[in-house]
Design a protein around this ligand. Sequence first.
Ligand SMILES: NC(=O)c1ccc[n+]([C@@H]2O[C@H](COP(=O)([O-])OP(=O)(O)OC[C@H]3O[C@@H](n4cnc5c(N)ncnc54)[C@H](OP(=O)(O)O)[C@@H]3O)[C@@H](O)[C@H]2O)c1
Length: 293
Amino acid sequence: MTKVGLIGTGMLGEAVGLHLLESGYDLNVYNRTKSKTKKLAENNATVFDSPKHMVESSDLIITCVKDADAVKEVLFGNDGITSGKYTEISVADMSTINPTSAQEISKKLHTMKIKSLEIPVMGGPNVAINGGLVLMASGDKELFETHQKIFKTIANKIFFLGESGSAHTIKLAMNMQISLLALSLSEGIILMKKAGIEPEKFLEILNSTYFGTGMSEKKAYKMIKNEYEPTFTLKNLKKDLDIITKTAKDFDAVLPITERANKIYDDALAAGFGELDYTGVLAYIEKISRTKD
Ligand SMILES: NC(=O)c1ccc[n+]([C@@H]2O[C@H](COP(=O)([O-])OP(=O)(O)OC[C@H]3O[C@@H](n4cnc5c(N)ncnc54)[C@H](OP(=O)(O)O)[C@@H]3O)[C@@H](O)[C@H]2O)c1
């Protein structure tokens, strides 16, 4: 069986790793902050002190880190996977980064004779733990075919989208939906509270219509109870909104609602709400509503 090396065991990476272990894979792991590999180690993952040392005993390296700088660090940095001896290594990057950086990284890996794919995903740790992600791949199609089994373990829907960069462009349009849906639910909930109507009633009716979503059926019930335990932090969604804004500029696309959403999440981040789940944008809007009273 393919030996997987997982770099980045934050919220998403840890869940993906636990599911790979449960599915019978041999798993090597590295995380900059070693304590975050504890749960994986307890489930028989082998923990490494650097990406460089993990390379020799891994067939496929999956990276799941914050942003493009972090991806470059673990691939090309001092202790990155390319800093040591390697043969026959392949890389699949699951982090959400901008399509241009993804293309640059892919080109650089190609010149180093390393095959690569981008595999951004939809769904958080709560579905990753059962292999329920949706995976969008782009880059080396042969590599995608070779590792179908792993990708089908990680995700219950997988899509190959073509050349490097394309998976991320679609992923960004997905995260645009996440950020706007969280805002529209927040504003609906606030309107109900201000009008003295139970927000549950709003959700019950919304979810009886064509306009209900997974978010209004699940997360929204936590939002109305002010429960914001993160599965995807507001600060990471804000990072993605910055990437979307930059990518829109690169493609000469005008995205007026996304631009405004970015400003609201930026204000929420500046006001100290970054470590909450992204749905904590509701808590921020409630705060500014109170100031207005
Ligand atoms: N959570 C989700 O629902 C979800 C869904 C789809 C996609 N994603 C994407 O998946 C990626 C990981 O998300 P997450 O939710 O797991 O985030 P997270 O819990 O904040 O974890 C971030 C990870 O990146 C690592 N990292 C950050 N900067 C680094 C650097 N300079 N060098 C090496 N490692 C670095 C962190 O290491 P430390 O522990 O040392 O800080 C940690 O392992 C992000 O790109 C995110 O946008 C997340």
